[in-house]
Design a protein around this ligand. Structure first.
Ligand SMILES: [Zn+2]
Length: 236
């Protein structure tokens, strides 16, 4: 597993060259954002150990297998850790694929492994997880969230954007790395979310697949342009 300090408070962990998770450094310990594919727990624990701080919390951006794959193994090793996911996504994590009446009737895609770990905390937009503010970011999945580090404006966007082989929204197929868009539930919602995240003017963009981009707003605009969303303010 490769690890890299991409921001003052953010270590990016990468496996297979394209699957990311993040360790967010806090005074009181570390927050892990996403858990990669199965078989990643040892590497994640070793990376946390090297940082010399306890791993206190695990936050999931969404329930796809490449983000929750090592959740059960980690929660066994960390029985005290808080496990957080959005209220909406928790139903999907528990195997309930029923869409709400208010949601687009698109097909839920991607891999959804059975997870036995129950979240200990359900998140709503505006909630705080340490220094991270929870932002609703539906589209790739119905309950997908993004996390803004209020200390330095780093936005951890999960699969709302992809930066591998160029930047794309989660609703746009990048032919050189189509994995994210192929797993997206509702492209229109995903593209609206991408536009709303751009309006936050993050100082850095950290995603589930691909490198962290510093000063990413111009790159986000390019990705939005490719889906006809450039210059459009995000709809409510
Ligand atoms: Zn995904």
């Amino acid at each position: 597993m490769r690890q890299r300090l991409d921001r003052p408070n953010l270590t990016r962990l990468t496996r297979l060259g394209f699957v990311n998770a993040y360790l967010v450094h806090e005074e009181a310990g570390l927050t892990l954002v996403d858990t990669m594919i199965s078989g990643s727990a040892d590497g994640i624990m070793a990376a946390a150990g090297e940082l010399g701080r306890p791993l206190r919390r695990i936050v999931l951006t969404h329930g796809h297998g490449d983000h929750v794959g090592s959740l059960d193994a980690l929660s066994q090793r960390l029985p005290e850790a808080e496990i957080a996911i959005s209220t909406r996504e928790s139903r999907l994590l528990a195997g309930d694929r029923v869409l709400d009446a208010s949601e687009p009737a698109s097909k839920i895609r991607g891999s959804w492994p059975t997870v036995s770990t129950a979240p200990t905390r359900l998140l709503e937009p505006g909630d705080r997880v340490g220094s991270l503010r929870v932002i609703a970011a539906p589209g790739h999945t119905p309950g997908h969230i993004a996390l803004m580090d209020e200390r330095d404006g780093t936005l951890i966007a999960g699969d709302a954007y992809s930066t591998l082989a160029g930047i794309s929204t989660g609703g746009h197929t990048n032919r050189r790395f189509p994995l994210v868009a192929m797993a997206t539930w509702d492209r229109e919602t995903a593209n609206r979310t991408a536009a709303s995240l751009r309006e936050l003017e993050p100082a850095a963009l950290a995603v589930g697949h691909g490198p962290v981009i510093a000063s990413p707003v111009a790159a986000m605009d390019r990705a939005l342009e490719a889906v006809g969303m450039a210059g459009r303010r995000a709809a409510a």
